[in-house]
Design a protein around this ligand. Sequence first.
Ligand code: 8HG
Length: 292
Amino acid sequence: MKIKEVENGIILEGVEDFEPAHVFDCGQCFRWIRQDDGSYTGVAMGRVINVSKLGDDIHIDNTSLEDFENIWYEYFDLGRDYKALKKDLAKHDENLKKAVDFGQGIRILQQDGWEMLISFIISSNNRIPMIQRAINNISESYGRKIGTYRGQDYYAFPTPEDLAQASIEDLRECKTGFRDKYIYHTTRAVLDEKIDLKAFVGMEPELCHKELLKFKGVGAKVADCIALFGMRKYNSFPVDVWVKRVMQEFYGADDMSLPKMRKYGMDLFGEDAGFAQQYLFYYVRELEIGKK
Ligand code: 8HG
């Protein structure tokens, strides 16, 4: 991969295993929006950038080489060999091979733990467009204004201190529904108990899961998403309705409880269960496999 600096951005030449539509629409993030020209504009790490692919080149606009090296290289998980990972997963079984081929350009973003905590509390029993809307409302109301990009204003995801300004009623105004109180209490807990969510990255997976379950509004599935997308726990296996369907359709899992299904997936796919889950989630959701 060669890096070229251009005006207000950079170009990564000869990038493989990176398809913006797969990365941003595979369910792992909520602040990346497809633009009319097919590029994606997103807010992450307190910045707004635009990502597009032309041939084998990835263009990142509204950034600098310094930010690429300090932030985006890690955020886009560019240090991982996805070719080797996909080869391993494809060997597992025919269905996983199909899912990996279908979503060949997926990469698991290294997102911020605190943002994932609140975002996935909002995700419970919710649909993606509504989740996106609520997160956007929260950011516009309580986050710092980053600036204007291509004629639109953008706001950072609020810090715990920012979000503590909101009452339960304020949070409900942001269209978070019954999750308003969970967000409120979780924010209070993070501040009052001085919880450092960045430290969760260094925790053993099981301890991380256990600690996440202590937050209000966080069940096993939500904890697994937070751990996978915000805390680098790549053996996590979040089971939502789509993953449950795929496990029943493809892997002979009966109508077992969610904790059993979680364990089943973790045992089946081992340390890469999180990646397997992501290819499968994208595959069944896009093709609506098993939907009755
Ligand atoms: O990436 C995801 N994996 C799983 N298993 N579930 C997810 C992901 N992303 C995401 O939003 N969800 C959940 O699916 C949240 C919500 O319950 C539902 C939206 O389709």
